[in-house]
Design a protein around this ligand. Sequence first.
Ligand SMILES: Nc1ncnc2c1ncn2[C@@H]1O[C@H](COP(=O)(O)OP(=O)(O)OP(=O)(O)O)[C@@H](O)[C@H]1O
Ligand SMILES: [Mg+2]
Length: 115
Amino acid sequence: MSQVLLVSELTANAIRHSDSGRHPCGQITVIIESYGRLLHIEVIDDGSAESTAELEGTANPDFERGRGLWLVDQMAARWGTRHDQSKHAVWFQIVMSCPKCGNEATEAATKANDA
Ligand SMILES: Nc1ncnc2c1ncn2[C@@H]1O[C@H](COP(=O)(O)OP(=O)(O)OP(=O)(O)O)[C@@H](O)[C@H]1O
Ligand SMILES: [Mg+2]
């Protein structure tokens, strides 16, 4: 289930790269919405003065980091980020396979990165 892997990568990022993991009262919110077979998932953290979620864009096996968002980019139909002064969110959408025929909906083939 790719959505489980991607939520895991994004929550790990929130803990490692944002204030959510730096402060004892840090918070992470995961929102999951489904529209038929389309899943929209957001992982919201407390933001960071140092960085924002940015695709480092490598599949190089020698690189030891930068794989989390690369996986999101490869596996999600669409993904992006949004932030305001206090919160930072990374969202992605996945079209689940049809439980009867196993085919993915055609929207899944349309890659769009709103980052
Ligand atoms: N929630 C976040 N808040 C702030 N910066 C982020 C967040 N998520 C990702 N980033 C930034 O984007 C970069 C790329 O994230 P990515 O998950 O691809 O790599 P990584 O976390 O550094 O390494 P890996 O996931 O391979 O262990 C991070 O190094 C960090 O600088
Ligand atoms: Mg990561």
